[in-house]
Design a protein around this ligand. Structure first.
Ligand code: DGI
Ligand code: FE
Ligand code: FE
Ligand code: FE
Length: 184
């Protein structure tokens, strides 16, 4: 599957603004892959597919988590915003036979990160955070860092996310801490 085919596949499932974000993530993932030596085609594909399940029905996603052995049950104890990555990766496997484990992993962990992220996981995670449409506080420092240091940039993005969530009094999924601790 090409970047174009992937974009065509996800488009009907996304709102226009989310689709525009998706195109920017795919483009940013390509830039980062070229910069840091990741597989450019896989980066484009994972970027194009990463938010596929963003608007899937919450109860449908809950049932996936409850019934598929590959999905950690503790996801149910955390915010449903976190579900679209891991559930989306498995839906894509079923629907379009996305079997590439590297692309699947990058889609799966794009929101939280995880321990021992691969080069491709980091590229997609960071692309989602710094794509040109984002304006999180501190994103420019992450963009600057991403010019030279992938791990430092991911670490900074994770730190910002953790600080943001803690500041709002929200739960933090353990994989976010695992990713952070692993890169520190
Ligand atoms: O899907 P996107 O909007 O492109 O971005 P995303 O998948 O990175 O993040 C979706 C939301 O999840 C975002 O509002 C931040 C939130 N989030 C990220 N990590 C955690 C989290 N929310 C909780 N509760 N816990 C986390 O660890
Ligand atoms: Fe997402
Ligand atoms: Fe993200
Ligand atoms: Fe996204």
């Amino acid at each position: 599957m090409t970047r174009e085919q992937a974009l065509e596949y996800v488009k009907p499932f996304l709102k226009q603004e989310r689709f525009d974000h998706t195109v920017r993530v795919a483009d940013e993932a390509v830039i980062l892959a070229e910069r840091f030596g990741a597989d450019v085609k896989k980066a484009a594909l994972a970027g194009a597919l990463h938010d596929y399940a963003k608007y899937k029905d919450r109860d449908l996603m809950r049932r996936w988590i409850e019934s598929d052995r590959r999905l950690p049950k503790d996801l149910l104890d955390y915010h449903h915003e976190l579900w679209h990555g891991p559930v989306g990766a498995l839906m894509l496997e079923q629907e379009i036979h996305l079997t590439d484990p590297e692309v699947s992993s990058a889609v799966s962990c794009h929101t939280t990160g995880k321990k021992h992220m691969s080069l491709l996981d980091k590229v997609v995670f960071l692309a989602d955070y710094i794509e040109p449409g984002r304006n999180f506080p501190g994103v420019d420092e992450v963009r600057k860092t991403a010019e030279t240091d992938l791990d430092q940039a991911c670490l900074l993005a994770l730190k910002n996310t953790i600080v943001f969530l803690v500041g709002k009094g929200r739960t933090v999924y353990p994989d976010t801490f695992h990713a952070y601790n692993d890169l520190l």
